[in-house]
Each structure stands twice: as C-alpha cells, then as structure tokens.
Ligand binder design. Structure first.
Ligand SMILES: N[C@@H](CCC(=O)N[C@@H](CS)C(=O)NCC(=O)O)C(=O)O
Length: 219
C-alpha cells in the first residue's frame, strides 16, 4: 500500500534524523525519499525553494520544511512516550541554542577550510570548537543533575538535540572520547544506542527523480 505522506531526507543530516525520530515514535507511515544534498531532485526543489532537508509533504498537500515542525506535527498526532510533556518554553530554550549559535560554531569548527583558504579540507578550527563548548557546558551541568535534559524521562528536547551533539562528537572522536563532558558523553552514548536511533539510521535506496532533465536542443 502506498503511503499518504512523503519525506525527503538525507541519512546523515541531524535535522533529518530528528524529524525521522519524531515520525517513528508517532508511528506515522510515509514514503521515504532519500536524496543527495549535492544533487537534489527537481521534485524537492519545486516544493521547497530553500532546498534543505528534511521536507515533508503531507497527504493534504501541505509542505512542512522545518525539522522541528515535522517533529511537532507528528507528536501532536500521537505521542506515546510523552515527548511533549515538559514545559514547551523550557524545551524551546534548549533546542534553539543547539540549532542556532551552537550549530554555527560547529560549522566553523568542522568546515574550517571553507572560511580560510590557507587551510585544507578536514582541518578544524579550535577557537570555534571552544566557542561551541561554552554551550555544551550548559548541557553538561544539566546532565550532572538529571538523567535527561528535562527531568528523569527522555523528552523532545533530548531527541531534538542529540543528533547535533553526535555530529560534533564525530569531528575529532579521540578528543571527544577523553571525555571533557562525562555526563554529556554518557547521555549521547545512550541515545546513539537506542532502538529508535538504530531504526531511523537504516539505509534507503536513493530516490530517482521522475522529472526528465531538459536536454539542450541539437544544433
Ligand atoms: N532549519 C532547517 C535546517 C535544515 C538543514 O539545514 N539541512 C541541511 C542538511 S543537514 C541542508 O539541507 N542543507 C542544504 C544543503 O546542504 O544544500 C530544518 O530544521 O529543517
């Protein structure tokens, strides 16, 4: 049976990961369209000109092209583990930091050569790593006092945030493994070992566009 909703996704994207986890826990079926960021299908470009993933096309035709909105939409249908239970303002504060200032610092840390021609691909910027760590210290402090970011149960905050910290941890794995943030380290390892994360990291074949590219007219 075909699925009513469609998700354009990229396996390693932290935004897409969190959207897929929201859909998974809510048990919402969808057609998975795996794409390459360097070769986005015309179908995606035509529905979301900003051309980021994830993008969800609902059965109604409505387009949801922000990962957090996809999570919220899914959890509002069905939230079996009460991810939405904690105070939303509190959750938003934690989540906005990770996708805003933290993500910017992480990008400059990981893709240092993009900003400095004298560097080569794979070089990192330690100043930006330090800046990102300022935010991580806040999470570390929270996790030193409670098992999860909000209280003693996992919530939307944990699932919306851990894919970004996973990406950060993978840049210099030996450095991360020291570890300078013991509680955050343990928390991340826990979420990376969950069944839901394993399930959403399953590999999918690449989506093949149905739109024929226009060929230049013969001379
Ligand atoms: N605010 C968006 C950000 C999504 C985003 O930036 N995704 C990245 C991939 S991780 C992307 O699609 N970048 C566009 C590109 O690389 O062309 C969301 O939460 O969905």
């Amino acid at each position: 049976m075909s699925n009513p909703h469609i998700l354009y996704s990229f396996r390693r994207c932290p935004y897409a990961m969190r959207a897929r986890m929201g859909l998974k826990i809510s048990e919402i079926g969808y057609e998975h369209r795996e794409i390459l960021l360097r070769d986005k299908p015309a179908e995606l470009l035509s529905i979301s000109p900003k051309a980021t993933v994830p993008v969800m096309v609902l059965e109604s035709g409505e387009i949801v092209d922000e990962s957090f909105d996809i999570m919220l939409w899914a959890l509002k249908q069905h939230d079996p583990e009460q991810w939405l239970a904690p105070d939303m303002e509190h959750m938003l504060g934690l989540i906005k930091t990770i996708e805003g200032p933290f993500a910017q610092e992480q990008f400059r840390y990981k893709y240092a050569s993009f900003f400095d021609d004298s560097l080569k691909r794979g070089d990192v910027n330690l100043e930006h790593r330090d800046n990102a760590c300022v935010f991580l210290k806040d999470y570390e402090e929270i996790l030193a006092n409670s098992a999860y970011l909000i209280g003693d149960k996992p919530s939307l905050a944990d699932y919306a945030i851990f894919p970004f910290i996973r990406q950060f941890a993978a840049v210099e794995k030996d450095w991360w493994d020291k570890p300078q943030f013991p509680h955050l380290h343990k928390w991340l390892a826990h979420f990376m070992g969950t069944d839901i994360f394993t399930a959403i990291m399953e590999k999918h074949p690449l989506f093949v566009s149905n739109v024929q590219e226009e060929k230049p007219a013969p001379n």
